[in-house]
Design a protein around this ligand. Sequence first.
Ligand code: RIB
Length: 325
Amino acid sequence: MATIRDVAKLANVSTATVSRVLNNQGYVNNETRKRVNDAIKQLNYRPNDVARSLFKGRSKMIALFVPDIKNPFFPELARAVEDVTNKHNYTFVLCNTDDNLDKEITYLNGLQQKSVDGLIMVSSTISQEDIKNISVPIISLDRKFSSEVSSVTVNNRKGAEIATRYLKSIGCKRIAHICGPQSASNSMDRLKGYLDVVKHESWFLSSYVVSGDYRFQQSFEITREMLTQHPEIDGIFVGNDLMAVGVLKATKSLKIKVPEELSIIGFDGISIGETTTPTLTTMQQPIYKLGVRAAQILLDHINNPNHDIIQEEWDVTLIKRDSTK
Ligand code: RIB
């Protein structure tokens, strides 16, 4: 296989000149450029991507960090980012972080060494301090972690308010909330939206709010506990769909009829909600669109170093199905 040295020798120039032609950087006169290109063709030379990225400081690679690849919300987001970045000839790397700061930092260091061009991060644990030495653009997606980076999120507070009001409108008199992790900004915003509606109700008790982790199993357990202590609860707004599936399983195990005795509404709009019995009413996020926008903004930031900070907030939509009356 031909090397850059072979090309330089055949074209009778230095390897630095061949690099300049390959990377279209610096001055090379037309006659020399032609000699180099002819030599490249004659030798069927293929530049080594690692060497090119070392020279240019760019790899044509972007990475997406997600906290839980097993939650169907994130593959859909990842698919959107991949579609956009592939169209622009970027290599796409997916990092599953388990919301673990050590894992995030290890990935950040490794990717920087490989000259990654930009990062999209869904994170509850990273802070501005952790990314202060990262020199490439970062977009925070789904959860905001710094006012100094561009972000794409949904209006979580308003969505939670709509969900809770909907439960009231269909006649629920005691509405509980299973919230996501306290470290996640979107989960706290959803909690605020729920409280906006219920906190002045005479029936409201702080034990109607329990903390989940955006995962299925814990939600099953805490729901069983809460419904055993509070059989009067007749509506639950759940912080995401995966936890809502856990709630459905808990109601089944307690022989509580949904929606006759208890109405349940989730948040996300992942397709699993269409397959449960009963199907799940939810606040649907425009998941694919969020991924597309994050990728588009990242590419814009990579190509325009003097970009402004962009913070986009999208609306969510109530999808009525059979888990609510
Ligand atoms: O289901 C995963 C949850 O984590 C979603 O609600 C999403 O918004 C993310 O933060």
